[in-house]
Design a protein around this ligand. Structure first.
Ligand code: COA
Ligand code: ZN
Length: 326
């Protein structure tokens, strides 16, 4: 394992999209805006603010336009949104997004369940979205779901993943996110898939996106970074998940990943104490305990008070030592 040596990692926050889409409670629009505005000051490269999906499919994000239009845009932060089809792209353009994050799955069954289209139908729809983006001079990132496995089909062959990347690369997209939608990835697989993608397409901006469903989120993150990935999606508090992917749970938690990367010597550019404060605000919003750990435990060098009788313990140990020496 390598030390970070100050290597810059670009952090993308997805709590207000991947996170809120999965919450039972509708988070009021004002609260969404207030949270994005707070996060904007913490050092993120990108914030996935919302999605422009069907309000029937994702009712939690039916206020996408209002949120996108009313957040305070901080220069240097890319404000992106998930776009599944042409209708979503038009809404995203009207809301002045900085980037389209178009989505489709590398697994046929998940694509059908999530987007009600075959992969080919999605690709054809997204090709039109990409053409629209080009006319409007909006950059496009592709979030490819189920890269490391499909919850309904099992293994997704790496060759199929690489073929989708190839087809999107031919459309001149700026970047591709390799999404582990339901936490099926494991470190050696992550290493192999990320290395193959980077080797074939050195000019594309690759991002890794992990869910912690089986407790492998952090180790998969290390595997991706060691393979050369420099952009990571993560979710404050570890909330998140796809409502149309059976068994999905939250993303890797931003505070857990940032804390780990900082310990290892990477430069994530993020204010950890600020994150922990924002996680407390998020917990109040979602009204349940967050799955993240560093938001509760704090930094590894957080110092705890000794036991109440500590002075007595020290005095007795000293007395014993003096008696032994006498
Ligand atoms: N935004 C708002 N409304 C949309 C829309 C969009 N992007 N796309 C479609 N609609 C509306 C249509 O106008 C139509 O409305 P109507 O019933 O009032 O006429 C209705 O939704 C059905 O349209 P259709 O094109 O048949 O869509 P569909 O029902 O086949 O659903 C998707 C396809 C892609 C729109 C839908 O499955 C979706 O939004 N999925 C997103 C899932 C998601 O975000 N998952 C988590 C992230 S991975
Ligand atoms: Zn996700």
């Amino acid at each position: 394992m390598n030390t970070g040596n100050g290597t810059r990692i670009l952090v993308n926050e997805v709590a207000t999209r991947d996170g809120f889409q999965m919450e039972g409670r509708f988070i009021p629009t004002e609260e969404k805006i207030a949270l994005v505005d707070r996060l904007s000051g913490l050092g993120y490269a990108k914030i996935e603010v919302t999605s422009f999906t069907s309000p029937k499919a994702i009712p939690a994000l039916r206020d996408g336009e209002e949120v996108m239009m009313r957040i305070a845009r901080r220069p240097g932060v890319v404000y992106t949104a998930l776009v599944p089809n042409l209708r979503g792209a038009e809404r995203a353009l009207d809301s002045r997004v900085d980037e389209f994050n178009v989505v489709m799955s590398a697994g046929e069954s998940h694509n059908l369940a999530n987007l009600r289209m075959t992969c080919e139908q999605s690709f054809s729809q997204l090709s039109e979205v990409i053409a629209l983006a080009r006319q409007a001079a909006v950059p496009v990132n592709v979030s490819l779901s189920c890269v490391f496995g499909c919850p309904m089909e099992g293994e997704v062959p790496p060759a199929a993943v690489l073929a989708w990347i190839e087809r999107f690369a031919a459309l001149d997209v700026r970047g591709i996110t390799l999404c582990d939608t339901t936490g099926m990835a494991y470190p050696t697989q992550v290493q192999a898939v990320c290395a193959a993608a980077l080797e074939r397409h050195p000019a594309l901006d690759f991002t890794a996106h992990f869910h912690n469903t089986r407790g492998m989120g952090l180790v998969n993150t290390v595997a991706a970074v060691e393979a050369g990935i420099r952009r990571l999606d993560m979710s404050l508090g570890g909330i998140g998940g796809c409502p149309y992917a059976p068994g999905a749970t939250g993303n890797v938690a931003t505070e857990d990943v940032v804390h780990m990367l900082q310990c290892m010597g990477y430069d994530a550019g993020i204010d950890l104490e600020g994150l922990i404060g924002a996680a407390a605000q998020l917990e109040a919003l979602v009204q349940h305990e967050l799955p993240s750990q560093v938001s509760r435990a704090g930094h590894r060098l957080t110092r705890h008070a000794p036991p109440a009788d500590f002075d007595d313990i020290v005095a007795r140990a000293k007395a014993r030592k003096e008696k032994e020496q006498a």
